[in-house]
Design a binder for this molecule. Structure first.
Ligand code: GUN
Ligand code: ZN
Length: 436
């Protein structure tokens, strides 16, 4: 079997770092070798000459697991940077207009292709995305992922009220379309389906019941929705579901919370809600660039961690302002600074790799440079721009290099990307390859 060896400095996490000195939480090889065969990693260790394999030398760059983005909207790729006050105005003015374009033949395919190019350009090898309410947007999303051999999760957004008619499904059609799409895409290639009621405001109780039925019928699928992002959203949700104790309680009442449930934002949670997330194993997904852009609030990572809530990290394109997980880490760091909390660079890069893999219950599949995992990898260049190269001259430790990457880095720091063992960034067409 053909083997490829990537040579470079290799970093991969074993567990969540408990501070800068927690050397047991990661593996690091200064002159490392990642051996790949049939799309998987078959060995990692110190480099040794081997003339039976193809060797690709990435020194002095850093080889890490590809980044994982836990929450974004591929159908919002063309509306990033839309000027609005806050969430509900932004949804009505831009989002619900933009998503209607996905009823048009050809549009979803074109945007899906551009979306995956952008993920790859930024070193993201797996993600969980919302499609629009149109089944064809889901077909385009998974078909393009299959073409690129990427592990991607996602689903048709279900929404049957408080949105333009052209975007609304019904409880029954949302259920029927989701069933058809799960049967078509879940487990096909590397595709994984996420049952996606948009949020309490745009789903009637009947649609929540339909979602509950889907979760019962397809427990292997993810569930994704939005939770507690913004004050006006919370108060409207409570008006619409007056029988529930709080926002989290709405999803709890419909049996939607469990270890495969991904709750975008989860910012303004009360004590009971935090306890419920911890007890059910549902994941709170931190979306820093979006939360800053829409003025939604400051995620309380420390409080959730101490309560035992699982946490993910995401861009939330197009409320989020960058496809880059490096930019996302930088903004996440600043959000936590405003909360008086510290996120050290090892914990940051853990979150974007193994942390998110664990939040998706995919440890052993992605998120680590370890034998048996898919060879989904990113090659990072901490001297990619003149300002970075200048700062790199004074860097003396791995932690400092990581912090430099997250503070100054973006797509230009992504020297190469591998998806299932194949070069993915340098093989992008046109403009995309010009920085690699
Ligand atoms: N809540 C419901 N839909 C959305 C969305 O598309 N983006 C964000 N940020 N929040 C939402
Ligand atoms: Zn979202």
């Amino acid at each position: 079997m053909k083997r490829t060896i990537l040579r470079g400095r290799v970093l991969s996490f074993r567990s969540e770092p408990q501070g800068l000195d927690d050397a047991a939480s990661y593996d690091y090889w200064e002159d490392g070798a990642v051996t790949i065969a049939a799309g998987k990693i078959i060995a990692v260790g110190d480099f040794a000459a081997d003339d039976t394999a193809e060797i690709i030398d990435h020194r002095p760059h850093l080889i890490m697991p590809g980044f994982i983005d836990m929450h974004l909207h591929y159908v919002q790729s063309q509306m990033i940077a839309s000027y609005a006050g806050s969430l509900l105005e932004w949804l009505d003015t831009y989002t619900f207009v933009e998503e209607q374009k996905f009823s048009r033949q050809g549009h979803a395919e074109a945007i899906a292709s551009a979306f995956y190019d952008e993920l790859i350009r930024n070193g993201t090898t797996s993600a969980v995305a919302y499609c629009s309410s149109h089944p064809r947007s889901v077909d385009a999303y998974f078909a393009e992922a299959e073409k690129r051999n990427m592990l991607m999760a996602g689903g048709k957004v279900m929404m049957d009220r408080n949105a333009p008619e052209a975007l609304c499904d019904t409880a029954q059609s949302g259920y029927d379309d989701t069933t058809m799409l799960i049967e078509r895409w879940h487990g096909r290639g590397r595709g994984l389906y996420a049952i996606s009621p948009r949020f309490a405001i745009t789903s009637t109780p009947a649609q929540m019941e339909a979602s509950q039925a889907l979760v019962r019928e397809y427990p292997q699928c993810y569930v994704q929705t939005h939770l507690s992002e913004n004050a006006a959203e919370i108060s409207l949700s409570m008006q619409l579901y007056p029988g529930s104790p709080d926002y989290t309680g709405i999803y709890q009442d419909y049996g939607l919370l469990g270890p495969r449930t991904l709750l975008g934002h989860s910012i303004h949670l009360n004590h009971r809600e935090t306890q419920v997330l911890a007890e059910t194993g549902a994941v709170a997904v931190f979306c820093p660039t979006s939360n800053l852009f829409l003025g939604s609030g400051l995620f309380d990572r420390e409080r959730l961690r101490q309560a035992g809530v699982r946490i993910g990290l995401a861009t939330d394109i197009g409320g989020g302002t960058s496809f880059s997980m490096l930019r996302t880490l930088d903004e996440g760091y600043k959000v936590l600074q405003l909360r008086g909390q510290r996120l050290d660079p090892f914990a940051s890069f853990y979150m974007a790799t193994l942390g998110n893999a664990r939040a998706l219950s995919l440890e052993g599949t992605i998120g680590a440079v370890a034998a048996g995992n898919w060879a989904d990898l990113v090659v990072l260049d901490a001297s990619a721009t003149p300002a970075m190269a200048l700062r790199m001259q004074t860097v003396t430790s791995l932690a400092e290099e990581l912090f430099l990457l997250q503070t100054l880095g973006d797509d230009r720091s992504i020297a190469e990307v591998y998806v299932a063992g194949a070069r993915a960034k340098s093989t992008l067409g046109g403009l995309a390859a010009s920085h690699s």
